[in-house]
Design a protein around this ligand. Structure first.
Ligand code: UDX
Length: 415
């Protein structure tokens, strides 16, 4: 959606094809199926201008396209990468090709898959096509900003005419260009996401040690990040990473390595550390609730896997809530936008819109997703509302001194 909206905004004619009729109907009626800041306006603007169109009909759009982007999901299924959407899309494209066309894969796919896909597509078409790889590096919640101002545009292709055309298409977008073969481009994508996950798990390991040695991880990671070789991003300690990409891509690369008999120990440790953060957070909660959460009212603030999105995929809130439910806690939850999504996944909790209402009579506040709404809470008011003034800060966003001065029992992660 973001790729389509941005390229349409650059005055290209863009068709979006999806085989999910309900989704396309919803979009045509002006509803965007997920929350992403700025996307709705950009889509409506370009839809009204006639440059952005939506359909479920491949026959209508494939024959006339110059460049086709494949943006289908490549989810994880029992540890393996599910490529069924990719194969279905490439088949449908091949069946409808009428002239030589560039097909650029944006989806995260196993490095080197283009040769296999080429063979597969040739079963369904005699027409010439060229498969390239243009991985996306956008973050949810900042998807438009990341597409318009990326650090880099990676273009992987084997034909000069293809890479030239793709470079031309991206000419209005700033950032470094890296032109390489498709397998390299695909590996850059895995390498980037897995390295980001590694940074987070490293910060979380440091946080654990900080708790034990009485150091403050916020200052430790700040101090580390001042070294330009390390950099300060993705070193925020807390509940660890969730979402539709980092967990999936870490799993996928471990699996791809295994297929080549390589034990990717470093990423296994990254994954274990990430899982450990949930247990660590729950352990802290139990400790601050005087050793048991049974029948106690706990309030979870933030459900989405991160702020500014309604996406609940691999959200840390799910596991935190499940663990606490097992221990007999009575759980109330709040999120500014993800409640409708969360209701499909999380049961046995009470949903609230207003955090203050949720906190009335509660024994602990558990900050899970750092929405800005929850960063600026009135803790004087909260102190009066809660049964016991306990805050467990899973994202290290609160001023611990202030909260402790107000009489809260506070713990962050590694602070
Ligand atoms: C990620 C990549 O950042 C992006 O480049 C890629 O294209 C898709 O995957 P996204 O899944 O939207 O983007 O989320 P991201 O901002 O990377 O955050 C992932 C998770 O890591 C979130 O749960 C976030 O809370 C957590 N995180 C992030 C930390 O715990 N600490 C940090 O320092 C940064």
């Amino acid at each position: 959606m973001v790729t389509a909206a941005v390229f349409a905004d650059f005055k290209n004619e863009v068709w979006v094809v999806d085989n999910d009729e309900q989704k396309i109907k919803k979009i045509l009626s002006g509803k965007i199926p997920f929350y992403e800041p700025g996307l709705k306006d950009l889509i409506i603007k370009n839809f009204k201008s006639g440059r952005l169109k939506f359909t479920t009909d491949y026959t209508q759009v494939i024959p006339n396209s110059e460049i086709i982007f494949i943006c289908v999901g490549t989810p994880n299924k029992d540890g393996k990468i599910d490529l069924s959407y990719l194969y279905a899309a490439t088949k449908a494209i091949a069946q409808n090709l009428k002239k030589p066309t560039i097909i650029a894969i944006k989806s995260t796919v196993p490095p080197g898959i283009n040769q296999k896909l080429e063979k597969w597509m040739k079963k369904y078409t005699q027409t010439d096509f060229d498969l390239a790889s243009v991985p996306e590096f956008l973050r949810e919640g900042k998807a438009i900003e990341d597409t318009l101002h990326p650090c880099r545009v990676v273009i992987g292709g084997n034909k000069e005419s293809t890479t030239k055309k793709l470079l031309k298409l991206h000419k209005s977008i700033p950032g470094e260009r890296l032109v390489c073969d498709a397998a390299t481009a695909q590996m850059i994508k895995y390498g980037s996401n897995c390295f980001l996950a590694t940074k987070i798990s490293f910060a979380n390991s440091m946080a654990f040690l900080c708790d034990y040695f009485g150091a403050d991880v916020e200052l430790v990671t700040k101090g580390m990040g001042l070294d330009k070789r390390i950099g300060n991003q993705f070193l925020r300690a807390g509940l660890g990473y969730g979402g539709s990409c980092l967990p999936k891509d870490v799993k996928a690369l471990i699996h791809l390595a295994q297929e080549k008999n390589y034990d990717l120990k470093i990423l296994k440790a990254v994954q274990d550390t990430n899982e450990g953060q949930i247990k660590y957070f729950v352990k802290k909660t139990v400790k601050l609730c005087s050793g048991s959460v049974k029948n106690k009212v706990l309030v979870v603030l933030g459900l989405a896997f991160k702020p500014e999105t309604s996406d609940m995929r691999e959200a840390r809130s799910i596991d935190v809530i499940e663990e606490l439910k097992k221990k007999g806690a009575r759980i109330r939850v709040c999120d500014p936008v993800a409640v409708p999504e969360a209701k499909k996944i999380i049961a046995g909790v009470k949903f609230f819109e207003d955090p203050y209402l949720a906190l009335k009579g509660a024994e602990a506040l558990l900050l899970v997703t750092e929405w800005k709404e929850y960063q600026k809470l009135d803790f004087k008011k909260i102190k009066k509302l809660m049964k016991r003034p306990v805050v467990i800060d899973g994202r290290n966003i609160y001023n611990k001194e202030e909260l402790r001065k107000l009489g809260f029992l506070y713990e962050g992660i590694g602070r």
